[in-house]
Design a protein around this ligand. Structure first.
Ligand code: GZL
Length: 340
C-alpha cells in the first residue's frame, strides 16, 4: 500500500515540476515578447529640417513628406529654415537634444555641415540626406549620413542642354543664352550649371552671355531677368534663350519678358527644370518650351528608409529618383497626370 502511495506522490510531484517548467518557459517566452513589444510598438520619431518654402517644388516636397509620415505612422518633427543654413543647424541640434530616432534634411547649401553632422554621429542618431547633397571640409561626407535620396542634378542640366540644341537646330550661327541660377552654393545650382555647360562645350556657337542667381524664387527670377533684358539692350545684344535652374524663376522671367514687349517661348526660347504644374500651364500657353523633371515626391521613400533603419536593414548610400523631360508639345496631355 505504502509503495503504491509513494508512486502516486512521485507522479504528482513530477507533474507539478513539469507544470512549473512549462509556466516558466511560457513566462520566458512572454517576457521575450514583452521585451520586444516596446520596440515593435514604439513610434519612430523623425526630425526633418526643410530648406524653406521658396518654390512650388519645395511646397510639393514638404507636402509629400508630411503626408507620407502620417501614412507610415511616424512622428514627424518638422522645421522650416526659411532658406537659412543657421536655422537648419539649430533644428538638427534640437533634434539631437530631443534624442529623435532619425534625422533627415535637405541641405540648403553643400558645405558648412561638418560640426553638426559630427554631433549627430556622436549621439548615434542616423542621418538621411534628401533632395540635395553635402560636401565636408574634413573627413569623408559618406561617413556622416546613411543614404542620400534625390535627383542627379548634373544629368538634369545635361538634359536641358541636349533638348535645347536639338530644338534650336542652329549649329553654325551664334545663340546667346542667359542663365538664372539657383541658390548660390546649393547642389542643384552647382550641378545643373555643370551639366548644361558640359553639353554646350560641343556646341561652341552657344554662349552664356549673362548668368546670375535668382535664388529659386519667382520674384527674384523676374527681377534678374529684367536686369538681363535692360543690359542686353544697352549692349546691343540679342537674348535667344533663357536657361532657368527651376520653373519658378522661369515663370517670374516670363512676366519680365512680356513686360518688355517680347514673346516668351517665341522671341526668347525658355528651358527650365522641376516639372511643376505651373510649368505645364506656361507650356500650354506657349510661353515656356521645355521643363526637365525633378521629382519632389520623396516622402514615401524617406519613410520607408526610416523604417528600414529601425529594423536594422542596410540602406544603399545613394537612392536615385527617376525622371523625364517634358517639351511643350506633350504638356496638355501630361498635365492631368502631374502630382505636383
Ligand atoms: C531640387 C531642389 C530645388 C528645386 C527648386 O531638388 O533642391 O530647390 O529645383 C527648389 O525648385 O527650390
Amino acid at each position: 500500500m505504502v509503495k503504491k502511495w509513494t508512486k502516486v506522490v512521485a507522479a504528482v510531484a513530477m507533474l507539478a515540476m513539469l507544470f512549473v517548467v512549462a509556466a516558466c518557459g511560457s513566462g520566458t517566452k512572454k517576457e521575450a515578447a514583452k521585451s520586444d513589444a516596446p520596440k515593435a510598438d514604439k513610434k519612430i520619431v523623425l526630425g526633418f529640417s526643410q530648406v524653406g518654402a521658396e518654390s512650388e517644388w519645395r511646397t510639393a516636397n514638404t507636402e509629400s513628406i508630411k503626408a507620407a509620415a502620417k501614412e507610415a505612422g511616424i512622428e514627424l518633427k518638422f522645421s522650416d529654415a526659411q532658406q537659412k543654413q543657421e536655422n537648419q543647424i539649430k533644428a538638427i541640434r534640437s533634434f539631437i537634444q530631443q534624442k529623435v530616432d532619425v534625422i533627415a534634411f535637405s541641405p540648403v547649401v553643400e558645405t558648412g555641415w561638418d560640426d553638426v553632422l559630427k554631433e549627430a554621429k556622436a549621439a548615434k542618431i542616423p542621418v538621411i540626406l534628401t533632395d540635395r547633397a553635402i560636401k565636408m571640409s574634413s573627413g569623408n561626407a559618406e561617413d556622416y549620413y546613411v543614404t542620400f535620396m534625390g535627383s542627379d542634378f548634373v544629368e538634369e542640366g545635361k538634359r536641358a542642354a541636349k533638348w535645347l540644341v536639338d530644338y534650336m537646330k542652329k549649329d553654325n550661327e551664334p545663340v546667346n543664352v542667359v542663365e538664372l541660377q539657383g541658390t548660390v552654393g546649393s547642389a542643384p545650382a552647382i550641378d545643373r550649371k555643370k551639366g548644361f555647360e558640359e553639353v554646350l562645350k560641343d556646341h561652341p556657337n552657344y554662349k552664356i552671355i549673362k548668368s546670375q542667381t535668382g535664388d529659386f524664387t519667382r520674384a527674384k527670377g523676374k527681377e534678374v531677368m529684367e536686369a538681363f533684358l535692360k543690359s542686353a539692350q544697352a549692349e546691343g545684344q540679342k537674348i535667344d534663350v533663357l536657361f532657368a535652374h527651376n520653373d519658378d524663376m522661369a515663370i517670374g522671367a516670363i512676366q519680365a519678358i512680356e513686360e518688355a514687349g517680347l514673346k516668351p517661348g517665341k522671341d526668347i526660347v525658355i528651358v527650365s527644370i522641376d516639372g511643376v504644374k505651373g510649368a505645364f500651364e506656361a507650356m500650354i500657353a506657349g510661353k515656356l518650351n521645355c521643363t526637365v523633371e525633378c521629382s519632389p515626391l520623396l516622402g514615401p521613400q524617406l519613410m520607408e528608409a526610416a523604417k528600414d533603419l529601425m529594423t536594422g536593414k542596410q540602406l544603399p548610400k545613394r537612392i536615385l529618383t527617376k525622371e523625364g523631360v517634358f517639351p511643350a508639345e506633350v504638356a496638355a496631355k501630361e498635365l492631368p497626370n502631374r502630382k505636383y
